[in-house]
Design a protein around this ligand. Structure first.
Ligand code: 15L
Length: 272
């Protein structure tokens, strides 16, 4: 069988670094694109390394050639200036989608964030959790950019028939310990993250989907139903770390009431 080639943008970032070993499969080439230098292939890894920006149309056109799917993780992953957010996250995602369309890439998976709905109240979540298609209520310029890329993905599906799956990621880190108590709610374990990306890569003809990226945490407030429709099954639960976080103060005030937690009060446009 011919190799499957998957382009991952932002592959040297936190999520990209966690996914690189986990998305390795026989018969799959990972094409890894980042502005930052990346470790060379090791241990028989089948990878192609590209140093480029997602804002560079020529580089993205080359990067999308011969690709079966794009996982777009690239961009600022926290609050930045409006100009930088607009340039890298919104224009950059447009550049990626446009390059994928022109190259005939059939499937694009976009990393959105809980911060596109950061000003939804935690207590809006029903028994099954906050629906994945809750309309945007961004908490930052960063959250606005994620809401915009959700809309761009929808547009590229509707206009060009591309399969586009947008994942509102909670917090994907090695463990929830770096996140404090909020991580018990928002954590997407790296292994579950890989299971989720595999489901997104393999589900037949998904069309446009908006799903949550979260583990089956006891304190979860995001719905899993939409991701499970694609075949995702979480096997991890942040609660196994709860004892180690028990002595830390729980969030209070706005940070405790809203999905976006501390992002809801972070100064707009400031690097943090
Ligand atoms: C995000 O969208 C960020 O990219 C990540 O660094 C975390 O801060 C996460 O949200 C979160 O809400 O914990």
């Amino acid at each position: 069988m011919a190799d499957q080639r998957v382009l991952i943008t932002g592959s040297a970032g936190i999520v990209g670094t966690l996914m690189r070993p986990r998305l390795r499969r026989s018969g799959r080439v990972l094409r890894l694109l980042d502005l930052a230098a990346q470790p060379e292939a090791s241990g028989g890894e089948d990878v192609e390394l590209i140093t480029a920006s997602v804002t560079d149309p020529e580089a993205m056109a080359k990067a999308c050639a011969g690709v079966d799917a794009v996982i777009h993780l690239g961009g600022h992953s926290r609050e930045s200036s409006w100009e930088a957010t607009l340039d890298v996250n919104i224009n950059g995602t447009h550049t990626v989608l446009e390059a994928a369309r022109a190259a005939g890439v059939p499937r694009v998976i976009l990393a959105s964030s809980n911060h596109s709905v950061g000003f939804r109240r935690n207590d809006e979540a029903g028994a099954d959790g906050l629906p994945a298609d809750s309309t945007p209520r961004p908490d930052t310029y960063y959250g606005v950019s994620k809401a915009a890329i959700e809309a761009l993905g929808s547009l590229y599906h509707s206009r060009f028939g591309m399969d586009v799956i947008v994942i509102r990621i909670g917090s994907c880190f090695e463990s929830p310990l770096v996140l404090g108590p909020r991580g018990l709610t928002t954590w997407l374990s790296p292994d579950d993250g890989a299971r989720l990306f595999e489901a997104c890569l393999s589900y037949p003809s998904p069309g446009y989907r908006l799903i949550w990226g979260v583990s089956d945490n006891t304190r979860r407030i995001y719905s899993l139903a939409e991701a499970e429709e694609l075949g995702y099954k979480s096997l991890d639960n942040a609660e196994t770390y709860a004892d180690q976080l028990a002595d830390l103060p729980a969030p209070t005030g706005v940070a405790a009431e809203y999905v976006g937690g501390p992002f809801c009060t972070a100064p707009l446009g400031a690097h943090n």
